[in-house]
Design a protein around this ligand. Structure first.
Ligand SMILES: [Zn+2]
Ligand SMILES: [Zn+2]
Length: 371
């Protein structure tokens, strides 16, 4: 009898996950089997579970696996995989973070360096549940890392709770602010103080922001944004309309608006508001809106006359993942990284974790496999 591990199987919108056992695969050359230690419930997992976007229309199969943000340790190394993506030795038992999507490095987009736009970067995650190697989502005991993925060894002084948000939320905002070219003394407005928002606050400050303004309506989230370095917070209960929030951001930025605005809410209605609070010549970075088919109505002339650059960031680059890990490593004594995950559940309580996060009172839940 071969060794098995559990996968929390996603059966459909708001349906309970159920734990099923699958054989733990032997890695092909260059691949790795990772034993999960902590898997965060990312905002996009919530969108899929709520049915905000049609996963099947995007090419995924149901029943299937969910989860992509998290950390684990090497259970089995495939032949030839001896070093991580930074060239550091890699051994079984090492704790790691890893890229959950897989640019092919063999297409016109990858050749241009646009690995974040490789059309096949997620196809490994879209296969049928019963198909080898089974473990393609992090809500499971194991995760199968296909050959030539990005993978980085985690320094020993970082706990799982420090780094479980590195391979999605933190890397996304590291990439977004870098691609937006945020420079010293620029103002940054952040729409949404979930995991992405609080990380973006810290990264923007580290890049030398003159002022970081964070907008949200949940007091606990705004308080956490302050702990991550927000200079100003805009509480949506105090500023209930888009016009009031735009006016407040302008007031806080000398009448100009923010040089860089980050959309980290994931609702199309915030798009025109974000454009409106961006300064002339500024950049609007769109990361949160991942739900296909939802539209926003806005006046394109606002982009033209203010000469605003709108930048979409679907996925990060490998170097962003390394920078994100280094950022936590360098700042772990100064910033409360272990507070981004507010609730931790054993994997078999995944349904409770989703229901609780749906109530929006938690920044992020995480699941810890028990085997
Ligand atoms: Zn994510
Ligand atoms: Zn490619």
């Amino acid at each position: 009898m071969s060794e098995t591990g559990a996968i929390a199987v996603f059966n459909g919108i708001r349906e309970p996950f159920d734990l099923r056992e699958f054989p733990v695969p032997d890695p092909e050359p260059g691949a790795a089997v990772i034993r999960m230690r902590l898997a965060n419930v990312c905002g996009s997992d919530m969108h899929y579970w709520r049915g905000d976007t049609d996963l099947v229309a995007r090419g995924f199969n149901l029943p299937g696996t969910l989860g992509h943000e998290g950390t684990g340790e090497i259970a089995k190394l495939g032949a030839g995989l001896t070093v991580d993506t930074a060239g550091k030795p890699l051994r079984e038992g090492d704790r790691v973070v890893f890229g959950f999507f897989h640019p092919c490095m063999r297409c016109a987009n990858c050749l241009k360096g646009h690995t974040y736009a490789c059309p096949t970067r997620q196809t490994n995650r879209m296969t049928l549940l019963d198909e080898w190697p089974y473990f393609r989502g992090t809500f499971a005991d194991y995760y199968y890392l296909f050959p030539n993925h990005s993978i980085f060894r985690v320094p020993d002084h970082l706990s799982d709770h420090h780094i479980s948000g590195v391979n999605c939320a933190l890397s996304q905002v590291v990439s977004g602010l870098d691609r937006a070219g945020q420079t010293n003394n620029e103002t940054v407005a952040i729409q949404g103080a979930g995991g992405l928002g609080v990380y973006a606050t810290a990264v923007a400050q580290a890049r030398g922001a003159a002022c970081v303004i964070v907008i949200d309506g949940v007091p606990e989230r705004l308080e956490l944004a302050k702990a991550f370095g927000a200079d100003e917070t805009v509480d949506m209960r105090e500023f209930p309309t888009p016009e009031a929030r735009v006016a407040r951001v302008q007031e806080l930025t000398g009448g100009l608006g923010a040089d860089v605005t980050m959309e980290l809410v994931g609702h199309p209605a915030v798009f025109p508001e974000g454009v409106a609070m961006t300064a002339p010549g500024g950049r609007y970075v769109e990361i949160g809106n991942v739900c296909v088919g939802h539209t926003a109505s806005f006046d394109p002339s606002t982009i033209v006359f203010k000469s605003i650059t709108v930048l979409g960031v679907a996925h990060y680059r490998w170097r962003d993942l390394k920078q994100a890990l280094d950022f936590v490593s360098d700042n772990v004594d100064k910033l409360p990284f272990d507070r981004v995950v507010s609730h931790t559940y054993p994997l078999h309580e995944i349904n409770e974790a989703f229901e609780r996060q749906d109530e929006l009172h938690v920044t992020r839940s995480a699941l810890a496999p028990t085997t």
